[in-house]
Design a protein around this ligand. Sequence first.
Ligand code: IPE
Ligand code: IPE
Ligand code: MG
Length: 229
Amino acid sequence: MSRARVVGIVMDGNGRWADLRGLPRTEGHRQGSRALFRAVEAAICHGVEHLFLFAFSTENWRRPAEEVSFLMDLLSKNLSLQRARVLELGVRFHAIGRLTALPAALRESIRRLEAASAGCGVVNVYLAVNYGGRAEIVDAARAACRVGGADALDENSLERHLYAPDAPDLDLLIRTAGERRVSNFMLWQAAYAELVFLPVLWPDFSHVHFDAAIAEFSRRRRRFGALGD
Ligand code: IPE
Ligand code: IPE
Ligand code: MG
């Protein structure tokens, strides 16, 4: 039985959590950002080395402008306010996605936290913002072609230009809120990921749910196309 060293989470269900309580969707996002720390702590307990968290997709710009700007502002504030907690946990923080399209304040918060946590090594946490799996593959292919020419493009050269080239493929991909789709998250790295779909809405996510996903992962038999044992 192998360990889940690399885990990705599609943190979904903030809007439904708020709807159920007659609250604005923004309140769901606010509570969702608390759940994020519970996920990081649980990942550390399980010895996860790389944790990818989907916060905002390349398609989420299609939402109302007020919701988008609330999310950008919330992310930016949290990255600044939670700095001490991030460092205390030993989290090495990274952001992945098309970051140049983000508001300047958010880019600055990202830059600062990446710099401040550069010496941490308990777990690598990658916040996916303005992230799309297709965009990442296109960006990586372009970068690889610039360096080595189109004819030399192969899986290895493309992988060297992914947003987080040092992280191995995903072992486990968790999605909350019951939706059974990947919604453009880590299409390349999830090629052989075990998929675990949980009904819990993201703001209610806690250690219990992470434990359940890891337990489910440990029951799976991975074969990677071979015959297995
Ligand atoms: C996930 O929650 C957060 C983002 C996609 C930004 P949603 O906002 O998608 O919540 P639901 O799916 O509408 O419940
Ligand atoms: C995926 O969730 C994106 C994030 C969690 C950031 P969505 O809520 O955007 O996905 P769909 O629209 O249900 O596929
Ligand atoms: Mg959703």
